[in-house]
Write a protein that binds this ligand. Structure first.
Ligand code: URA
Length: 209
């Protein structure tokens, strides 16, 4: 079973409180969601492989560590996932960015993929799938299905807020995936919103309603 980690550093908790507040406007929501994602990425990247490199300091030659160059792909689930891309790029600027778009069939309520554009070497990359809200888990499960179908093997999932229902569904569908969240909330309501959550993450990030 993959890891399930609530990244509850005090700075993350404080910043999440700012964006949960319904009085937080689009500009601040976007900026603070970015900051939370950067703080999370620091921990999510903890297992990045290192290798030895010989350098010369002003004092002497020495062997020290450098990133082994395992390439990263950030894959936001459209649309709200876009709000978590820049926060990761802040720390891993050379990462490539793929996109996966899903829509929910109004009748069956099942998600369908309508857009998938990934780096061509996705099978070689450490993939970070990002979506602010892990609610039912439907979109995350389908996005990871789509990635696996195209050869990705090394996948982590990052969200800001999760519901127990979504975590369970994602763990059942893709048990090997590591899941990172800034908060595990109480439940889903009858409309599929996370309680207490932060509302519709896409609308809050992009100022739509
Ligand atoms: N998607 C959102 O944007 N918010 C929720 O609470 C659940 C799903």
């Amino acid at each position: 079973m993959g890891k399930f980690q609530v990244l509850d550093h005090p700075l993350i908790q404080h910043k999440l409180t700012i964006i949960r507040n319904k009085n937080c406007g689009t500009k601040v929501f976007r900026e603070v969601a970015d900051e939370i994602t950067t703080l999370m990425a620091y921990d999510v990247a903890r297992d990045m492989p290192l290798e030895d490199v010989e350098i010369e300091t002003p004092i002497q030659k020495t062997t020290v560590k450098t990133l082994a160059g395992k390439k990263v792909a950030i894959v936001p689930i459209l649309r709200a996932g876009i709000g978590m891309v820049d926060g990761i790029l802040e720390l891993i600027p050379a990462a490539k960015v793929g996109h996966i778009g899903m829509y929910r069939d109004e009748e069956t309520l099942k998600p369908h993929e309508y857009f998938v554009k990934l780096p061509s070497d996705i099978d070689q990359r450490q993939v970070y799938v990002v979506d602010p809200m892990l609610a039912t888990g439907g979109s995350a499960i389908m996005a990871i299905d789509a990635l696996k179908k195209r050869g990705a093997t090394n996948i982590k999932f990052m969200c800001l807020v999760s519901a127990p229902e979504g975590v369970k569904a994602l763990q059942e569908a893709h048990p090997e995936i590591d899941i990172y969240t800034a908060a595990l909330d109480e439940r889903l309501n009858e409309n599929g919103y996370i309680v207490p959550g932060l509302g519709d993450a896409g609308d809050r990030l992009f100022g739509t309603k």
